[in-house]
Design a protein around this ligand. Structure first.
Ligand code: COI
Length: 355
C-alpha cells in the first residue's frame, strides 16, 4: 500500500491497541502500532515508509551513540467528541525541527516529507489517540546520525523517525523546584535553543541531586551570572507578578516553545500585559516578599501547564500561592484543552485536522 508522497505502508498484522487502556498509561512507555522511517544518504531522503513499530538493529559503532548527533520534537494529536483527530500547531514543530537540524549539522527534512509521514502515521494509528478529557497522542519525531564510524565528523547518513505513544498527564501533581546555580542547562553560543538530545542528558544529574533534596525539578539560571531564570526542567517558565505575565525572552539558551508562544498569544488576546525579557531571581523573590507573586508555572508540550507551588533557593524554601487561587494559568490550561478538544473556538487556527 502507498500513502501520500509515495510512502510505502506495511500494516501490522495484529494491532496491540486493545491490550492496554490508552486513557490510562504512563507517559512515554507504551508505543503505538506503527512508526514512520525515512533514510538520508548521498544527499537525499529515501525509503520513506510506515511499518510496524520495532526495535532497530544497529552497529555499536554508529556515530549517534558516541557523539550525540540527535535531535527531536514533541507534539500532540487530540481526538474530539465526534472522533475527529487533529494536531496542535504541527508546522511550528516542523520549523523548529529544521532549526535544530541546522545547529547540529544535520540535513533539513523537507516539509512534504515531515507532514506526509506525520499525517499518514496518525491516520493509520488514530485508534491510539485517547478520547479522554486530558489524553492525547504524544508524537516524537527525531533524527539520528547513522554512519558506522567513530571518527568525530558530521555523519553522511541519517534516519528520520516518528514514533507515537498515548499520554495522559506528564506531572500528576503540582511541583516544587530548586533554583539551580551550580549547574547550567545551556550556555551562550551553545545549543539550548534547539531540541538536541544532549540538552536533556546533561540535565539529569542536577535534577537527580534536586530530587534527592525533595524537589521534583530545577529552575535553570543563566550560566554567566546565575541571576536570571531560564527554563524549568524541560519546560519554559512563566511568572504572574501583580497583573503582568513575565517570561524569559527566547535567546540562544532558551527554547522557543510552542506551548510558550500559545500561552503568550492567549494572554495578549485577553488584554494582559506580557513581558518577554530577562527575569531576575531578585525581582521574583522581592515579589514573593511583597505578596505580589501570584503564579509560577512551567509550560511545554508534554506537561502543558505544570503549576510550581514551591521554590527552594539558597537553602530556604518558599511556598507559592495555591493552585486554587491561580486564575490565569487555570484559565489558560482550560482554554488550550478546549481548543484542542474542539470545544472552544480555534480563533488562531492552531488545529490541523488529520481525519
Ligand atoms: C516536551 O514537552 O515535549 C518535551 O520535549 C519535554 C520532554 C518530554 C523531553
Amino acid at each position: 500500500m502507498t500513502g501520500t508522497l509515495n510512502i510505502d505502508i506495511q500494516k501490522t498484522k495484529k494491532s496491540r491497541v486493545s491490550e492496554q487502556d490508552i486513557n490510562d498509561v504512563p507517559f512515554g512507555k507504551c508505543f503505538s502500532d506503527h512508526m514512520f522511517v525515512a533514510e538520508y544518504a548521498d544527499g537525499k531522503w529515501t525509503k520513506a515508509q510506515i511499518m510496524p513499530y520495532e526495535d532497530v538493529p544497529m552497529s555499536y559503532g554508529t556515530s549517534v551513540f558516541h557523539y550525540g548527533q540527535a535531535i527531536f520534537e514533541g507534539m500532540k494529536a487530540y481526538k474530539n467528541e465526534q472522533g475527529e483527530v487533529s494536531l496542535f500547531r504541527p508546522l511550528e514543530n516542523f520549523k523548529r525541527f529544521n532549526i535544530s537540524a541546522q545547529r547540529m549539522a544535520m540535513p533539513d527534512v523537507p516539509e512534504e516529507l515531515f507532514m506526509a509521514g506525520l499525517m499518514d502515521l496518525i491516520r493509520l494509528d488514530s485508534a491510539w489517540v485517547p478520547a479522554s478529557e486530558t489524553g492525547s497522542l504524544y508524537i516524537r519525531p527525531f533524527m539520528i546520525s547513522t554512519d558506522e564510524a567513530i571518527g568525530v565528523k558530521i555523519s553522511d547518513s541519517y534516519k528520520f523517525v516518528i514514533i507515537t505513544c498515548p499520554a495522559g498527564k506528564y506531572y500528576s501533581d503540582p511541583i516544587r523546584v530548586l533554583v539551580e546555580t551550580n549547574f547550567y542547562r545551556a550556555v551562550k553560543g551553545g545549543v539550548g535553543y534547539v531540541k538536541a538530545a544532549g540538552n536533556y542528558g546533561r540535565s539529569l544529574y542536577p535534577t537527580k541531586l534536586a530530587q534527592q533534596k525533595g524537589y521534583q525539578q530545577v529552575i535553570w539560571t543563566d550560566s554567566e551570572t546565575s541571576s536570571y531564570f531560564e527554563e524549568s526542567g524541560t519546560m519554559n517558565v512563566m511568572f504572574v507578578i501583580g497583573d503582568k505575565l513575565l517570561t524569559p525572552a527566547v535567546s540562544d539558551t532558551i527554547l522557543d516553545g510552542v506551548t510558550r508562544k500559545s500561552v503568550l498569544a492567549l494572554a495578549r488576546d485577553w488584554g494582559m500585559t506580557v513581558e518577554e525579557r530577562k527575569v531576575s531571581i531578585k525581582e521574583v523573590f522581592e515579589a514573593i516578599d511583597k505578596g505580589n507573586l501570584k503564579e509560577v508555572f512551567g509550560c511545554g508540550t508534554a506537561a502543558t501547564i505544570a503549576h510550581i507551588v514551591g521554590i527552594g533557593y539558597n537553602g530556604k524554601d518558599y511556598d507559592l500561592p495555591p493552585v486554587a487561587d491561580r486564575k490565569f494559568s487555570t484559565k489558560v490550561d482550560e482554554t488550550l484543552r478546549n481548543i484542542r478538544k474542539g470545544k472552544a473556538e480555534d480563533k488562531f487556527n492552531w488545529m490541523m485536522k488529520v481525519m
